[in-house]
Design a protein around this ligand. Structure first.
Ligand SMILES: Nc1ncnc2c1ncn2[C@@H]1O[C@H](COP(=O)(O)OP(=O)(O)O)[C@@H](O)[C@H]1O
Ligand SMILES: [Mg+2]
Length: 347
């Protein structure tokens, strides 16, 4: 009986042992599996950590670059604003000596006329001049001097007028706008900018003068920041000149003369008479649809380093849209030309 019990017990123990063995085996398999997945997880985690570190490094580099760029922009902005006030000051200073010259021209002209009249009178009264006087009259070519003096004076007057125009254009362009908009004549703004760009429009060895065709509509002074609007016109006109110069490449002077470089500036009021429309059109290289999509982006340029900054259009857009609640649109055909259309509220 005891032996039977013992046998039974032994059997059960063996069974229990087998079960335990199985469980042990299974848990060993589980353990191996777990280890494997752990290794995998660890591997993945390490990979993610390395990637994150790389990403962080890139971000740090990028943020450093952006910081540098911002600093450069601030330096540029600072320089521009001091240049702006310097230009305004110099332009103002020029007016002072210019005033002397202008002021003296009128009496000078009068004195000269009086002196010439006096000479006439002498000649009438004493037709027989002495030998010495006759010789001097001949040597100085009195007839020529009499003819040339008034021309000389009017050319001096023309010179002072031009200096005065340059000075007032520079002052409008570099004016530091106040916080409040002021009523300003758009056409004056455009003309001032054209005046400053005169040297770039003028003919050179490569091409004839760029024709500027103006057709100004009836637009009242509009509330605006004139200094900023001048900047917009400057950016658009400078781009038009660049586009024209680019379109001339490979062409000779005479070929360009046949189909001249042209900038057409047209202004009008919209139908509702509540917006001023300004269109600046060139027959330069034009733009592909791809470039048209990117052109307003900050720092986008197709020009070589040193020539383009990619800031012109993005700044023009901000000035028109954000500062003046207007719109800036473009129509362009590659190889034909571009037209930029600004619309600004009149009231
Ligand atoms: N009138 C235009 N004709 C052709 N392309 C133009 C014209 N205006 C602008 N673009 C294009 O848009 C780009 C961006 O202009 P902008 O922001 O003024 O920068 P930048 O003149 O310094 O290149 C130019 O590089 C040029 O490719
Ligand atoms: Mg530009």
């Amino acid at each position: 009986m005891e032996f039977l019990d013992y046998q039974q017990e032994n059997k059960e123990l063996k069974k229990a042992n087998r079960i335990l063995q199985k469980q042990l085996e299974r848990s060993e398999v589980d353990r191996v599996k777990l280890e494997e997945t752990n290794e995998k997880k660890e591997y993945l985690l390490r990979k993610v950590i390395t990637e994150l570190k790389e990403y962080q490094n890139n971000l740090e580099e990028r943020s450093h670059e952006l910081e540098m760029m911002l600093l450069n922009l601030q330096i540029m902005q600072n320089k521009m604003s001091s240049l702006g006030s310097l230009v305004a000051d110099v332009a103002h200073e020029i007016n002072n000596p210019l005033g002397f010259i202008e002021g003296n021209l009128t009496p000078a002209q009068e004195y000269i006329q009086n002196l010439l009249h006096l000479i006439d009178l002498y000649q009438e009264t004493y037709p027989q001049a002495s030998q010495e006087i006759q010789e001097i009259i001949k040597r100085m070519d009195l007839e020529y001097v009499r003819e040339d003096l008034p021309k000389l004076i009017s050319s001096m007057r023309e010179g002072t007028n031009r200096i005065s125009n340059i000075s007032s254009s520079l002052r409008t362009f570099s004016r530091i706008d106040t916080e409040q908009k002021v009523l300003f004549n758009l056409h004056e703004c455009i003309d001032n900018t054209l005046f400053i760009l005169k040297h770039r429009l003028k003919d050179n060895k490569i091409r004839p003068t760029i024709q500027v065709v103006k057709s100004y509509g009836d637009i009242p002074p509009i509330p605006c920041f004139p200094g900023q609007l001048s900047q917009v016109f400057m950016n658009l006109l400078a781009n038009a000149i660049d586009a024209l110069d680019e379109s001339n490449s490979g062409l000779g002077f005479d070929e360009i003369k046949k189909s001249p470089n042209q900038i057409i500036i047209h202004t009008a009021r919209n139908k509702d008479e509540n917006q001023a429309l300004i269109s600046i059109q060139d027959n330069g290289v034009g733009m592909s649809p791809d470039i048209q999509q990117k052109m307003f982006s900050h720092l986008f340029t197709t020009k070589p380093v040193g020539k383009g900054t990619g800031l012109g259009l993005s700044i023009a857009y901000q000035i028109i849209v954000q500062k003046h609640r207007g719109t800036l649109e473009v129509k362009s055909v590659l190889g034909k030309g571009s037209e930029f259309i600004i619309s600004i509220p009149i009231f």
